[in-house]
Design a protein around this ligand. Sequence first.
Ligand code: AMP
Length: 430
Amino acid sequence: MRFKSIKGTKDILPEESYRWQFVEQTIRTVMHTFNYREIRTPIFEETALFARGIGELTDIVGKEMYTFQDRGGSSLTLKPEMTAAVMRSYLQYNLGEQQPLVKVYYIAPMFRQERPQAGRLRQFHQFGAEAIGGKQPAVDAEIIALSAEVYRTLGVRNFDVKINSVGCENCRPAYKEKLQKHLKNIVGKLSEESQKRFEQNPLRILDSKNENDQVLTQDAPLMKDHLCQECSSHFAELQKVLASLEIKFSVDGRIVRGLDYYTKTAYEIISKDLGSQDALVGGGRYDLLLKELGGKQTPSVGFAAGIERLLVAMEKNKAYCGNEHNPTVFIASADETGRSWSLAKAMEFRRRGISCDVDTLNRSLKSQMREADRQRVKYVIIIGQNELSSEQVSVKDMTTGEQTTIMIDELITYIERGVGKHEQRKTGQN
Ligand code: AMP
């Protein structure tokens, strides 16, 4: 085969797409119960938006973006995350004018040129939410609760919520200096990655995945112990609200979103089931981001979560992932007369909302029965010249194996009644 999908990308094949649909539908339902509405933005944006909105010093902007020039010479980038795009849209359409707190969610593919490995793709999918316009800790708590609720609803039980505060423009500079002073003597022994971060972004050294870095920075001062009055009471209030919502969490002083416009709350939801790429959700507050993008300072908080990792976590938790879309009815034709009848009848079933398949490959009756079996249909209708002459068809219930003879003009009612029973059995009502 000459063509293959690009390294780090994946096809979602027909036999697994039902799981994606189920997960996406559940995410939408949970989002709507929290009164978040969907926002969809283009797949690409001006490169400068991400450089500004994510930060030149991040891995994403520094080395992972899919950036290209279009024929007009503009530099464009496939979106590596959604927050900057949502903020661009918020500013462009003045969404804040309509209501004081704008609550939006998204489900979309993201693109990052990372080294492909388990849990890291180059095109992956995120769902997430942003609450724009609220500085109160209750908004942070709602975002955390919302993200956790998606996992709970989807049957993922084994996860931990870790929260931290990264301070603000008032308390962080002094802390940053203190941290640099502490790290000065050991910086030469840190990983190359951490050494690069020492000058501009030393907070990120604290969340290094490198074990040696972790040991060396064991006694480093933490931002959460150097918060100003405002950040400190915001953090305390957040914990109070989370506790009142019965959301289990722990404080982890090493969780950082190390950019200057990230403020106060930073959090992650991690799962021990996931191996080294254990983060399900990353989120936090970014009160200074809108200003950075040219808007008014507007307190905002949000999260982003990977759908591929959510599916892995669901599998590990043996969670229900929806049902495959098998047709309800298969009409098998015994001869040519039956075949043309079956095509028209199939349309009638479909228009009544009953999924129906039919043989279009002129297969033998035996091979049609095998096909129906393979597709795990609920009913097979067998039709041919004899059945049409006697105005009776035989219907096989594939769940029980029972075969019944039905008058042709009662066929649809019979199947509809049967489908109703199947539905009741599935939902446990009788
Ligand atoms: P981030 O935007 O980097 O904070 O990532 C938020 C979430 O998106 C992570 O916790 C993961 O669940 C997911 N994620 C990020 N990068 C990737 C990737 N390359 N492949 C798959 N999932 C990813």
